[in-house]
Design a protein around this ligand. Structure first.
Ligand code: M6R
Length: 618
């Protein structure tokens, strides 16, 4: 879950390596912010600095004690796993002779035995991390071989677990070597300079030409070359691609926070995900479909695997896909799917939903499903990510880079993509006529403008949020597609505002949760459209039931829904839409509410405590 950056440039030492690395770390800080550090190759040998806490602690330290000009550099921003967030545990880790520096993202599972082996040989350790063993091992292998690529290759074969490693050596002024297994690493091709990063945002302001690394590969960059081998030493030709967004997409663009900006990006995220999906005959098409149509026609069950917000998008999708395709859909947290004895077969389509494409729990679920013979279709936001590469088919969400740790625009884009998948399957299997599908696509096409209307009229939501900043517990109720929205609303409030929040199926209320209602308890109720009276009337009754017991009711309801008015203390209005489209609207006031309340409490909404954007460890 850490962020890593590598840079190698011209032979004349300059401040560029440090500038590039720090800029990359700023863009990657969403991946972890327990500590940050850099190491540079300078004329006088290696120079490094590291500090616990956010990147600003490091930049302040560097302003007080500048590092010399350099020709290459590596940088790291950490989400702590082994060892607390201290200066000593911050990366880079440096060999005992001070000549090699190494950074790491992932977990080295066999680090204890490796550490014992090194300590028995008298190697002194300065930290509690698993990473430090790799620094000492690569340094020793380099001393024996005089070749940093070979040293990295040898060590990579000894490590168990997940890792991206980057290393520089004092004797190699223009070389950075990386290795990856189960953790992300991309290479950026520049002009007389090259880059590495956990994702392309690390170097996007310098180049949009990227190279995708596969599993168990070692990459060596100099200013003019990029060489990749596998762990057997065979040369590999990585796939090159051009990133289709630029640096301006990954900056706040006038908003105070990334969270606020990304909430406002949502109309575009939905519109871009829908763009160019039909051919001249009006038939839907997916992005990288490596599953035969006959296989998709014979699918008899879909299992969605995902975590967190992505899993809630899957829950929403279940309602639509079952309705449109008449295929049973199960939604399972990826980590639970992998370790239970799930019944899957060649006729099961596993749909993995992930913004980052790197979530380890989801990746392992994908591998597990494929081992059982199931086909996997991934709904992914990050182009070329591990899950996209390892799946049989990919449907990309085009939400653009999501930087704030709490997911917002990815959620809307994931629901949109799931709906496209559902309609695609319905088309392929003959459940829907082309004109029916066109009708649903029109409904989806109307969503961006409706989301924009909510965003343009959000002052009331913000006002109520600020007024509620001392709240300690909030409940969320929803029925049908409103149920996953209620859970997502609760998750947003937990992770952004550190408030106890729970989402319930409204029908479950009388089976227990109603006992939580005491005088003044705030309860959000996500109300179905009155055009589905069988759902709507029951939720209106639920509003009355909690209000009768003293709850303060905050009701999300369609424009023109007057039935809720007598029982709502507060109403947040959303535009009218068909039932299956409503989640794309209902969630927006809940996102704005959580973001505003957390900001009113003075919290960092982009980087909430204890979290990291990409959960790349199990
Ligand atoms: O990158 P992914 O979509 O696989 O991430 C899944 C979850 O970790 C993520 O949605 C998480 O729940 C967010 N913090 C939610 O805001």
């Amino acid at each position: 879950m850490c962020g890593i950056v590598g840079y190698v440039g011209p032979a004349e030492p300059s401040t560029r390596p440090l500038d590039v690395v720090l800029e990359g770390l700023a863009r990657l800080e969403y991946r972890g912010y327990d500590s940050a550090g850099v190491a540079l190759v300078t004329e006088g040998g290696l120079a490094w600095a590291k500090r616990s806490g956010k990147l600003t602690n490091l930049t302040t330290a560097l302003a007080e004690h500048p590092l010399p000009p350099a020709t290459a550099g590596i940088g790291h921003t950490r989400w702590a796993t082994h060892g607390g967030p201290t200066d000593a545990n911050a990366h880079p880790h440096v060999s005992a002779d001070g000549k090699l520096a190494l950074i790491h993202n992932g977990i080295i599972e066999n680090f204890r035995e490796l550490r014992q082996e090194l300590e028995a040989d008298g190697v002194p350790f300065a930290s509690e991390t698993d990473t430090e063993v790799a620094a000492h091992l690569v340094a020793r292998a380099f001393d024996q071989t005089g070749d940093l690529t070979e040293a990295m290759r040898q060590v990579a074969t000894r490590l168990d677990g997940a890792f991206t490693l980057l290393a520089v050596h004092a004797s190699l002024p223009q070389t950075v070597v990386g290795a990856r297994r189960n953790s992300p690493l991309v290479v950026g091709r520049g002009d007389g300079e090259n880059f590495m990063g956990s994702d392309v945002s690390a170097f996007i302001s310098h180049t949009r030409h990227a190279l995708e690394l596969g599993q168990d590969q070692i990459v060596t960059i100099t200013p003019d070359s990029i060489e990749v081998i596998d762990t057997e030493g065979n040369t590999v030709t990585p796939r090159e691609y051009d990133v289709d967004w630029d640096a301006s997409t990954a900056v706040k663009g006038g908003f105070a926070t990334f969270m606020d900006k990304e909430i406002h990006d949502q109309p575009k995220a939905v519109a871009d995900t829908l763009l160019g999906r039909t051919d001249d005959r009006g038939f839907l098409q997916l992005d990288e479909l490596r599953i035969e149509e006959s296989v998709l026609r014979s699918v008899d069950k879909i299992i969605v695997v995902a975590c967190g917000t992505a899993a809630y998008a899957g829950h929403v999708a279940k309602y639509a896909i079952e309705h449109w395709c008449r295929i049973p859909v199960e939604v399972e947290l990826a980590h639970e799917f992998r370790y239970r004895d799930a019944v899957v077969s060649e006729k099961t389509l596993v749909v993995a939903i992930t913004q980052s494409g790197e979530t380890m729990d989801t990746l392992q679920a994908v591998r597990h499903a494929r081992e059982q013979g199931s086909k996997v279709l991934a709904i992914v936001n990050t182009y070329g990510s591990t899950i996209a590469r390892e799946s049989d088919a990919v449907l990309y969400t085009h939400a653009g880079p999501e930087v704030a740790v709490a997911s917002t625009k990815a959620f809307l884009a994931q629901i949109t993509a799931c709906y496209l998948l559902g309609l695609y399957l319905a088309q392929l299997r003959g459940n829907k006529y082309v004109d029916e599908i066109a009708g649903y696509l029109d409904e989806l096409g109307a969503i961006p403008e409706k989301v924009q209307r909510i965003l343009d009229n959000a002052d009331h939501i913000r006002e109520v949020a600020r007024e509620m900043q001392d709240t300690t517990s909030v409940l969320f109720l929803g029925r049908h597609v409103g149920y996953p929205v209620a859970m997502e609303g609760a998750l947003k409030l937990k992770e952004l505002a550190y408030i106890h929040a729970e989402g319930f199926a409204a029908g479950e209320l009388k089976h227990g949760p109603i006992a939580l209602i005491a005088e003044g308890q705030p309860v959000f109720i996500v109300t179905p459209t009155p055009r589905r009276p069988e759902l709507h009337q029951k939720v209106v009754s639920n509003i009355q039931e909690v209000r009768a017991r003293g709850a303060r009711t905050l009701v999300i309801a369609e424009e023109g829904d007057h039935d809720v008015e007598p029982y709502a203390d507060i109403i947040f209005r959303i535009p009218q839409a068909p039932t299956l489209m409503l989640p794309l609207l209902m969630v927006v006031p809940l996102q704005i509410f959580a973001c505003e309340l957390a900001s009113a409490k003075g919290l960092d909404v982009d980087q909430p405590r204890n979290l990291a954007k990409s959960v790349t460890v199990e």
